[in-house]
Design a protein around this ligand. Structure first.
Ligand SMILES: [Zn+2]
Length: 257
């Protein structure tokens, strides 16, 4: 595994690994948890899923393989009704894309050398058994209409690996992939609260690159102060409470840091 690429051979994967692949020519990455064998569980926003079948035809059912039935795995595409958590075979997950391993427990210096967001975190992973337990629980129980993971397949995988959720005023996490897109425009960076993290005035040229990295580092789940560890069994309950609170207060104010 090189410093700037996390590309990995599928034979090297271990159950509970967080894997990802790039879709649409590097436009975005798609993340999932490897279960072992050729199974992957990943999260897809509802709008990306095939519409539920109109008839009772058993050929498609609640399944979600790319072009109808998966040729290799009969349970590929399994998901609960209204849940975006999907079981796929590795081939359908990758869709001919390359396979990458998301790194956990990297040092801040390594984190800052990564060119793209959403490839590693300074947070450490829980043991594989805990990761697979969370993942399977979410697959089996689904999320109904809960939109906690509506954002991002990366947030889903990060939660399965660490049990950590970022509770900001939107109630949803900001993963590396999202922050690198949101934070890209320089103007937005310069006017953002992240400039407070730069301790002393430095040249604009060096600030440009530095601030991009700092903004990524500040939003990394491993260094944030507003993450909470949530047991998967409590997740649905917490989500219900969180949604009620969110709708009840509708507060716009938030404290920085
Ligand atoms: Zn498949």
């Amino acid at each position: 595994m090189g410093l700037l690429t996390n590309k990995v051979e599928r034979e090297k994967l271990k159950p509970g690994d967080h894997i990802y692949t790039y879709r649409a020519v590097f436009a975005y990455s798609h993340h999932g948890i490897f279960l072992g064998g050729c199974k992957v569980i990943h999260f897809r926003p509802e709008q990306d899923l095939n519409p539920p079948p109109e008839s009772s035809s058993s050929s498609s059912g609640p399944y979600d393989s790319p072009e109808g039935l998966c040729p290799t795995s009969p349970d590929c595409g399994f998901r609960q009704p209204n849940s975006g958590v999907v079981l796929s075979c590795l081939d359908c997950f990758l869709k001919n894309g390359s396979l990458y391993l998301f790194e956990y427990g990297v040092s801040p210096s390594v984190f800052l050398t990564k060119v793209r967001g959403g490839t590693c975190t300074t947070a450490s992973s829980d043991p594989p058994e805990a990761v697979i337990h969370r993942t399977m629980y979410l697959l089996q129980n689904g999320f109904g209409n809960y939109d906690i993971f509506q954002n991002n397949c990366e947030d889903f995988a990060l939660y399965c690996k660490t049990g950590l959720l970022i509770m900001d005023k939107l109630g949803v996490g900001r993963s590396g992939q999202a922050s690198s897109v949101v934070g890209a425009p320089l103007a937005a960076l310069l006017s953002s609260p992240f400039k407070l993290l730069i301790p002393s005035p430095v040249g604009v040229a060096t600030v440009t690159a530095g601030m991009y990295c700092m903004s990524r580092y500040a939003t990394d789940i491993g260094v944030r102060s507003d993450v909470i560890k949530v047991a998967v069994e409590d997740l649905a309950l917490n989500l219900l409470d969180g949604k009620a609170l969110e709708q009840g207060e509708g507060s716009e104010t938030d404290t920085v840091g």
